[in-house]
Design a protein. Sequence first.
Length: 265
Amino acid sequence: MDLLLDINGLSVFFGGVQALNKLSLQIRKGEIIGLIGPNGAGKTTAFNAITGRIHPSEGSVFFCGKEITGWPAPRIARNGIARTFQNIKLYEDLSVIENVMIAAHSSISYSFIEAILGVGRYSRDEARIKSRAYELLELMNLGELASEQANSLPYGSQRKLEIARALALNPRLLLLDEPVAGMNPTETREFGQFLLTLRDNLSIGVGLIDHDMSFVMEVCDMIRVIDHGIPIAWGTPSVVRNDPKVISAYLGTDFNGAMDNHATN
């Protein structure tokens, strides 16, 4: 598989506090990679350092063979990494489709004057963007809600809208920060199946953070575990769930029994 993301020795300091300590991680096209650990472990810090929201103190970030360490967030997004956030960030007063179209405007070719006058490339680009936005909403089963106001959607649908907006950037790598937070078990299972289909149909790589371990274990190919910023384990779901360090630091001794019960229900 093609290597998309390659991070080596990534560290982040906030003052005298080390939030992330020499994290290394790879994500290839067609893979779903989980980054898990207790609250405060440094997971979101890692995503922020990868996507340019904070500058790494040490280490390197390579994307598709090109070093992007310390690039600003908009430049990283334009080059093919899209992400979602723990807290949903939508334009709540705009419609569902307008939220997706705004993200897709990164690909416009028309000038400011053409936009003001509504001439030239403006009509062509806007029609293309609207068509693409509808396609993504249909992919997320939100097509019938295109004209609804974004803040009127149920929580789970808002999560899906945020992902549709990220996909409007045509990413090669999608980073999801707690994508099933707030979803009920049925929505979580459906989203897991959708994520696998999305990965396969679009041939992208996916990195995700989540605390729903049943979801993580079912959808991820490989998992990196960190605790207090320090990497403590790496492997397949079956390896990670049985790692004594992971059980002690995060999963707890009852986790595997709960997973077995989940599998039989």
